[in-house]
Design a protein around this ligand. Structure first.
Ligand SMILES: Nc1ncnc2c1ncn2[C@@H]1O[C@H](COP(=O)(O)OP(=O)(O)OP(=O)(O)O)[C@@H](O)[C@H]1O
Ligand SMILES: [Mg+2]
Length: 254
């Protein structure tokens, strides 16, 4: 790393900036089949807009670990997918710097009919690695995942824990600058969760940036320097961790 590339510790750069991000989903209220056939092509009546995110704006500087929390349905996974570039915004935009590895909802990023091995190569190429680079990491990925000979099984036959093991192993091997983690670690068994937490701490020491979605307050307190609380798609708190957990609990009451 030359001097120009060395991170400025005093003044870390912004690596994620979301500017007034809103995301709308169209809800189709399911009417009886008969009614749908009768109204075929004519009725827009049972469509309604639903804003999963409204004017979400924040900046994350390099080397920070931010906990993104909120009640079920508050928009956390939607926000992570937008940061990861997996879905588009309806208004606003996201700027990112560096390579992003995302551990999103279960199975996202894997092709069910391909084997674990094929998915490692597929994910490697999506994340910008050459065949050769992925080949170099391959054994280490399989070793970290501990899924052994199942690496040559189609991932549709994997258990939830096996999915996450392989996905996490890939994510941490592609040398990401930004790691997005959506809850998924909860399905790993205790030893694997501990191994993942150690890896995440190592990432923090390396100065990488982490956005961590979790319903576990102790985990958030343990890992995060900052907490952003979403409620019905809006930010209701952005600040230090202890205050964030208290703000989160207030959203459950109101
Ligand atoms: N593809 C979609 N189509 C329609 N609605 C969607 C879609 N994806 C998400 N939503 C809705 O957007 C809202 C936010 O969902 P999201 O998955 O971001 O919540 P969350 O905060 O991650 O919740 P949880 O804690 O349960 O994981 C929910 O009401 C959900 O039903
Ligand atoms: Mg979610």
């Amino acid at each position: 790393m030359n001097t120009a590339m060395r991170p400025d510790i005093q003044n870390p750069p912004v690596v994620i900036r979301t500017s007034d991000v809103s995301k709308r989903f169209i809800l189709r209220k399911d009417k009886a089949l008969k009614e749908r056939i009768v109204n075929f092509g004519r009725s827009q009546k049972h469509r309604s807009d639903f804003w999963a995110l409204r004017d979400v704006a924040f900046e994350i500087t390099a080397g920070t670990s931010v906990g993104l929390v909120g009640a079920n349905g508050s928009g956390k996974s939607t926000m992570l997918k937008i940061i990861g570039g997996i879905i588009q915004t309806d208004t606003g935009f996201v700027e990112r710097r560096g390579r992003v590895a995302a551990l999103l909802e279960l199975g996202a990023g894997f092709h069910p009919d391909l084997t674990g091995r094929e998915n490692v190569y597929l994910n490697g190429s999506i994340l910008g690695l050459s065949q050769k680079q992925t080949a170099e990491y391959f054994d280490s990925i399989v070793e970290f995942s501990e899924i052994g000979e199942f690496i040559d099984t189609q991932v549709k036959f994997y258990s939830s824990g096996m999915y996450v093991r392989l996905a996490f192993a890939i994510a941490v091997h592609v040398d990401p600058d930004i790691l997005l983690v959506d809850e998924v670690l909860a399905v790993g068994d205790e030893p694997f969760q501990a191994k993942c937490m150690n890896k995440i701490r190592e990432f923090q020491r390396d100065g990488r940036t982490i956005v961590f979605v979790s319903h576990s307050a102790p985990q958030i307190e343990d890992l995060c320097d900052r907490v952003v609380v979403l409620s019905h798609g809006r930010i209701v708190y952005d600040g230090e961790t202890e205050g964030g957990i208290a703000a989160l609990r207030r959203t459950f009451k109101g």
